[in-house]
Design a protein around this ligand. Structure first.
Ligand code: GLN
Length: 295
């Protein structure tokens, strides 16, 4: 699975390199299926492109940024399996059935920017690929900024700080990360928790969803689940008999940010302005309280 992820990331990187190589002609590359263009609009775009062909700036900016005056629609990709940041609510959420801190942030961004916002719920480790092939415009998924991810996408200003923690049964003897040696460790595929355990050099099993890993722990098939702090808090509240074990020496702090396609400065700048505003007026902290995050 790790290999598959690496392969997909590499493929994505090649795709973005190819996009760079084609210079200012993304209109014909089929990279933006979510944007339906009429033949007239297409002709107009080509014309604009031709006019700017000799401008040095044209090579560094995507055509969309040159022609679109305002952002009228944002398709956010997420994986709604990460409470309290994103989850499906049977009673209705911030955006359709999707609720959580990230969903409330996305909703507010849409309102402030006057853009229609929609959510595309896909597997976590497919999000960056979906971004690169134009299926979505941005990823809002409690996603940690990492050097590796930065190679294939651009990140906004971080909006939340987290860390990895261990979830064990209440009677577990695991007190620090190195106590996991020889234990059955469960992680979620493609999460930074997987990267942390890999770095420690331990064997692990990876699951598609946090709830699957937690079930494994409850059933005694796993000894420990490594996952992000706020999500862990949610799981132990919902499942009596489990506890959180922290080890700040081994698990560094992580920052969540929104990812956009490389070079999409128009969207990046707009989202950054929104995040800065929401941090300054404590909106994100309020959402933390509302969705009961204790750090
Ligand atoms: N913060 C973790 C990561 O980026 C997990 C995110 C998530 O599951 N949505 O890998």
């Amino acid at each position: 699975m790790k290999k598959l992820l690496a392969l997909l990331l590499t493929m994505g990187m090649i795709a973005s390199l190819a996009a760079c190589g084609s210079g200012s002609a993304p209109a014909s590359s089929g990279q933006e299926p979510q944007k339906e263009e009429t033949p007239a609009a297409e002709a107009e775009a080509e014309e604009t492109e031709a006019v700017q062909e000799d401008a040095a700036a044209a090579a560094t900016q995507p055509a969309a940024a040159q022609t679109a005056a305002a952002i009228d629609k944002i398709v956010f990709g997420t994986n709604a399996e990460f409470p309290p940041f994103e989850f499906v609510s049977s009673t209705g959420g911030a955006i359709g059935e999707f609720d959580g801190i990230d969903m409330a942030i996305a909703k507010k961004m849409g309102e402030d920017l006057g853009a229609e916002v929609s959510i595309n719920n896909i597997e976590f480790d497919s999000l960056l690929i979906a971004l690169q092939n134009g299926q979505i415009d941005a990823v809002i998924a409690g996603m940690t900024v990492t050097e590796e991810r930065k190679q294939s996408v651009d990140f906004t200003t971080p909006y939340y700080t987290a860390t990895q923690v261990m979830i064990t049964k209440e009677d577990s003897d695991i007190q620090k990360a190195t106590d996991m040696e020889g234990k059955t460790i469960a992680v979620i595929q493609g999460y930074t928790g997987e990267i942390s355990v890999k770095k420690l050099g331990y064997e692990y099993e990876s699951f598609k969803k946090g709830t699957d890993a937690i079930l494994e722990l409850i059933n005694g098939k796993a000894d420990v689940v490594v996952i992000d702090s706020a999500t862990a808090q949610k799981y132990i509240t919902d499942n009596p008999g489990l506890k959180i074990v922290e080890d700040p020496d081994q698990f560094e702090s992580e920052e969540y940010a929104i990812a956009v396609k490389k070079g999409n400065t128009q969207l990046l700048d707009a989202l950054n302005a929104e995040i800065e505003k929401m941090l300054a007026d404590n909106y994100i902290a309020e959402l933390g309280d509302q969705y009961a995050v204790s750090e």
